[in-house]
Design a protein around this ligand. Structure first.
Ligand code: AHR
Length: 487
């Protein structure tokens, strides 16, 4: 039996809703074949976007969606994606998958999609292959008040007189790699240049957050050098990103027990990365204001296991193991929420760690989608400190986080063990709670379980009642979310 103490008076901080953010790049089948089927498609759609995806996304209340890359951002020409007669170009990824970019989805369509799903947009600006003046033009086009500039008039002509609301702008993507193979010192100079022009373009009375491009995984050297290079930067730095993927733990579908634990151990490195990057950033500047933006995270398995069988670059199936990685990672985010401004799971559809797999008339949700559904009450809630007794054996450890909002405590628990159920008892310290609670459970006998076009509901949430004054069983490899009313 493990005792999980909910230390109710100890609030870690507010969990920014954006921590439950998403990422959609122009890559493989994320848009084309994925969320976007075109207005004339037989597949039910709203202005070209799959109706199914829109409805299911609304259900999990996606707070923010990052676009258009990823690496693709660093070759994106925003003008290609507005107006009539859009050019077809090589994508960033054409060398890998032979596909070309039609630009059917551009600024207006993406903004429409965000509106349809209720998410705020997070644009990644190209800083490798355009000039700061081009960056200025895109921001001018998007943000300038109705009728105020020539580009605002062009936006109006293209159907959107009012400025778009785009609160987050990333300044580049992975500039240590695909984004120009820069050194951190060089990137810091680019950030200073681009951000000065970008910030200066934001119309009076509007606010945007500028996010600096951060490290690859545990590259603290990048963080240190970047933070140093941004000292006394005239323009603001509202967030600093880093990316972390876990993989190299066997086949996405046919993994062994050891590989189950290997992947979970890799996902837990996230905690260490958050602590170290945050400390690096805080040590040098930003008056305690700089927060982290983990704008790509998830599992990266070898491709070919998804329904397109390798046609869509990086498309992979997602099992209960990937759901467990999601649960553990989101618990880590909640438990370190005071350091995190935003996080974006990569990617939305037909790709790495996807929430949806789609093709033709088929569209299914993955186990990871269900985890986002089970965790959604954490968005905007106050994270509560949790302490778990008897939790040091890595194989059988429980991952847990809790938060309080609107008179309810949401506790999310994940049982790492793929062989044994876990018995837990919840102990609320400093506040009384009602015993009868509602819970959602995601658990399957087989840790390899996943959804397919043929069996789309194989893995799905079960709603159950629990008595939190008694021991609760979390099945092996199972994830539970409990909603407890404060007495
Ligand atoms: O998510 C796929 C790719 O992974 C992104 O384009 C890039 O930013 C990262 O390396």
């Amino acid at each position: 039996m493990k005792k999980v103490y909910l230390v109710m008076p100890e609030k870690i901080g507010r969990i920014a809703p954006e921590v439950y953010g998403h990422f959609s790049e122009h890559i493989g089948g994320v848009f084309y074949d994925g969320v976007y089927v075109g207005k004339d498609s037989d597949v039910p759609n709203i202005r070209g976007f799959r109706k199914d995806v829109i409805e299911k996304l609304r259900d999990i209340e996606p707070p923010v969606l990052r676009w258009p890359g990823g690496c693709y951002a660093e070759v994106y020409r925003w003008r290609d994606g507005i107006g009539e007669n859009r050019p077809t170009r090589p994508s960033w990824w054409t060398r890998d998958d032979g596909r070309y970019e039609s630009n059917e989805v551009g600024t207006h369509e993406f903004m429409d999609f965000c509106e349809l799903i209720g998410a705020k947009p997070y644009f990644a600006m190209n800083v490798t292959s355009i000039t700061p003046m081009d960056a200025r033009d895109w921001m001018d086009y998007c943000l300038s008040p109705k009728g105020s500039t020539t580009l605002a008039l062009e936006r109006e002509k293209n159907g959107h007189p009012e400025p778009f609301d785009i609160p987050y702008w990333g300044v580049g993507n992975e500039n240590w790699g695909g984004g120009g193979h820069m050194t951190p010192d060089y990137y810091a100079l680019e950030y200073r240049k681009f951000s000065t022009i970008m910030y200066n373009t934001v119309p009076r009375g509007q606010h945007v957050d500028l996010i600096a491009g951060g490290a690859n995984g545990g590259d603290i050297r990048w963080t240190d050098a970047l933070v140093k290079g941004l000292e006394n930067c005239g323009a603001p730095v509202h967030g600093m990103s880093f990316h972390y993927y876990c993989g190299n733990a066997g086949d996405p579908l046919n993994f062994t027990e050891d590989e189950w634990y290997q992947l979970l151990d890799k996902s837990e490195i996230m905690e260490d990365l958050i602590v170290r990057h945050y400390a690096g950033a805080q040590a040098k500047r930003m008056d305690g204001k700089l927060k982290l933006v983990i704008d790509e995270w998830g599992c990266w398995h070898p491709d070919g296991s998804g329904p397109s069988k390798g046609y869509n670059l990086f498309e992979q199936q997602s099992t209960m193991r990937d759901a467990m990685v999601s649960a553990i990672t989101l618990n880590i985010f909640n438990n370190h929420c005071e350091k995190i401004k935003m996080a974006n799971v990569a990617q939305l559809c037909n790709n790495l760690h996807a929430l949806f797999l789609a093709g033709g008339e088929h569209c299914i949700t993955t186990p990871t989608y269900h985890v986002f559904k089970m965790y959604k009450e954490h968005q905007g809630a106050d994270a509560v400190r949790c302490v778990t007794e008897n939790n040091s054996d890595r194989r059988s450890a429980i991952s847990v986080s809790a938060s309080e909002k609107n008179g309810y405590v949401t506790v999310t628990l994940a049982n790492r063990s793929c062989t044994d159920d876990a018995e837990i008892s919840l102990e609320s310290l400093g506040a009384s709670v009602e015993a009868n609670a509602k819970a959602m459970l995601l658990a399957e006998d087989d840790m390899h379980a996943h959804n397919t076009f043929e069996d789309p509901e194989r893995v799905t949430i079960k709603e159950i009642d629990v008595d939190v004054s008694k021991p609760i069983t979390i099945p092996k490899a199972g994830i539970m979310s409990i909603s407890i009313k404060l007495a």
